[in-house]
Design a protein around this ligand. Structure first.
Ligand SMILES: Nc1ncnc2c1ncn2[C@@H]1O[C@H](COP(=O)(O)OP(=O)(O)OP(=O)(O)O)[C@@H](O)[C@H]1O
Ligand SMILES: CCCCCCCCCCCCC/C=C/[C@@H](O)[C@H](CO)NC(C)=O
Ligand SMILES: [Ca+2]
Length: 532
């Protein structure tokens, strides 16, 4: 439902058509009607408040001659360029107190009917993420908006790594409509592990079983970006902006998200929603962890260093193609708000759940096996767009289709690898290289050459030492040692892993990236401000 904000209302500075006894009304057929009007869906109204007159307002134009005025203010979402949202306000005035109260009441009732809006949130703030601004960002930009929208919060400022995760196993999470994390991808990962882990624990599901059907988590997570990469926020909202994210939380948006589980030898390691990267991104992360003091700059420093080292790694990948989804990584169909491909996967998931979770046995489907020498192995559940790479590592990956895009970058020259990296920043196709392959998969396994050799009992201490020597020697590109897996910005201890995508395992306070509608929105919404 939409409210035509100015239709049937009077506005402070309007002169023509003004009637002292009632609201100012517009003629829909007049040429300036569409320029002077703004349509705001009820779902994008933040709050409605009774408004007191102040001295300044009382002195404006003809109103100062009037005895008593009544007013209310509508705070609403104003959509600006590049997916940025802002809070805007329109104040409506009249002489009829009863009419004013009726409108205020009616709008408040409509807001009450927005059942997907959160009323009570649990907030975790990482004070040390990104540029260490998390606390300030929350207090100055987010808390006032939550308070305006009458959302009550319990706020925890974390004191150490895993504080939020551990806390989520102890608190009564069911009394909250959502959990908000203020920080970067690592902080989000912590909160996600806490929530998914808690859901499985409460449902008696063993996370160590790689084939377990995990219980969906219906408590939404909101991300207030205050980290270094903020890839998950950027890929699900279209921008890394705390106010925009706070407004998506307030209006109660809901975006399902695929989650990959990562296991090693029947032991649960981690969940991943964005990047699971071995080789280039694993090495960057490992190096950058030692340089946290540099803040977000550490990724540039370690990125450059890792690029120069040009290590490649030998191993075997086995994967099962994602046959259930309608898209492919190179079809250039981007995942956008209300994505058709993700909707189809949602339907399939609902049907599967109806059949008591009887999933098709994976043993029946074929595994494809690839052996090789790789500079990078990246599995992404979403595009992994971020300010550094606005289209991401896999621009056509979907947020909620139950699949991941597996990108294999084989051994190539430094120059070719640079050309590949540069294509993450421009409009050229980063998969259009003979040394790059991409597959849409529902699960995969990776074993490094080194662990294969170890498993076959070739435990040669001398070889291990030699491996260490080569790693520390930047000029040498040999591949005897293992890389590290970068799992959403956290390192994994094991290189041999088994990964499975769980379709729409969790939900975010987001709506995916909206198709660009800046002209329409920018135009209509600036006009309401001109009028006021
Ligand atoms: N109080 C704390 N002290 C130290 N570490 C913390 C604290 N709270 C959370 N952490 C940890 O800090 C890590 C990094 O935090 P966060 O993701 O917020 O920032 P970032 O690494 O700079 O950003 P990004 O992940 O986007 O690159 C997280 O993995 C989290 O576990
Ligand atoms: C010479 C030009 C090189 C440009 C290379 C640009 C490529 C940037 C792509 C960044 C993708 C980041 C994917 C997200 C990973 C996050 O999970 C993680 C934690 O925040 N961040 C990193 C950097 O590992
Ligand atoms: Ca996906």
């Amino acid at each position: 439902r939409t409210v035509e904000l100015l239709g049937a209302f009077m506005v402070l500075c309007s002169t023509e058509g003004y009637n002292q006894q009632s609201w100012y009304t517009h003629n829909r057929n007049s040429p300036d009607f569409h320029q002077k009007n703004c349509f705001v869906p009820i779902s994008e109204i933040i709050a409605v408040e009774e408004t007191e007159f102040n001295k300044k307002q009382r002195n404006i134009g003809r109103w100062q001659k009037m005895a008593k005025l009544h007013a209310f203010t509508v705070h609403y979402v104003k959509k600006a360029r590049n997916h940025r949202w802002r809070c805007s306000a329109a104040t409506f005035w009249c002489v009829d107190e009863h009419l004013c109260n009726q409108w205020t009441q009616a709008l408040k009732e409509l807001l009450e009917m927005q059942k997907s809006r959160p009323k009570q949130l649990l907030v975790y703030i990482n004070p040390f993420g990104g540029k260490r601004q998390g606390k300030r960002i929350y207090e100055q930009k987010v808390a006032p908006l939550f308070s305006l929208a009458s959302i009550s919060t319990d706020v925890v400022v974390t004191e150490h790594a895993n504080h939020a995760k551990d806390n989520l196993f102890e608190v009564n999470i069911y009394k909250y409509d959502g959990v908000v994390c203020v920080g970067g991808d690592g902080m989000f990962s912590e909160v996600m592990h806490g929530l998914i882990g808690r859901m499985q624990k409460d449902s008696g599901i063993d996370q160590n079983n790689p084939k377990a059907s995990l219980v969906q988590c219906n408590i939404r997570i909101g991300i207030i970006p205050a980290g270094s990469t903020d890839c998950i926020c950027y890929s699900t909202v279209g921008i890394s902006d705390p106010v925009t994210s706070a407004l998506h939380i307030i209006v109660g948006d809901c975006q399902p998200l695929d989650v990959s589980s990562v296991h090693h030898n029947d032991t649960f390691l981690k969940y991943s929603v964005s990047l699971l990267g071995y080789g280039f991104y694993g090495d960057i992360l490992k190096d950058s962890e030692k340089k946290r003091w540099m803040g977000p700059m550490r990724y540039d420093y370690s990125g450059f260093k890792t690029f120069l080292s040009h290590h490649y790694y030998e191993g075997t990948i086995a994967y099962q193609p994602a046959k259930h989804t309608h898209g492919s990584p190179r079809d250039k169909v981007s995942c956008r708000t209300g994505c058709y491909i993700c909707k189809q996967s949602e339907k399939q998931l609902a049907e599967q759940n109806k059949e008591h979770g009887l999933k098709k046995e994976e043993g029946e489907e074929e595994w494809k096996v690839i052996k090789g020498k790789f500079l990078a192995i990246n599995a992404v559940n979403m595009s992994c767009a971020c300010p550094r790479s606005p289209k991401g590592l896999s621009p056509a990956a979907h947020l909620a289709d139950g699949s991941a895009d597996l990108i294999l970058v084989r051994k190539c020259s430094r120059f070719d690898f640079l050309r590949y990296l540069v294509r993450h920043t421009n409009q050229d196709d980063q998969f259009d290289f003979p040394f790059v392959d991409v597959y849409r998969v529902k699960c995969f396994q990776f074993t490094s050459k080194l662990s294969e050799d170890n498993e076959s009992n070739v435990m040669d201490v001398g070889k291990k030492r030699f491996g260490q020597f080569c790693r520390d020697h930047p000029a040498c590109c040999c591949n005897i040692v293992n890389s590290t897996w970068n799992c959403d910005g956290e390192t994994l201890d094991s290189s041999a892993i088994e990964v499975r995508v769980h379709c729409q395992l969790m939900k975010l306070f987001a709506r995916g990236i909206e198709e660009d509608c800046k002209d329409e929105a920018g135009h209509s919404q600036s006009s309401i401000e001109q009028l006021l």
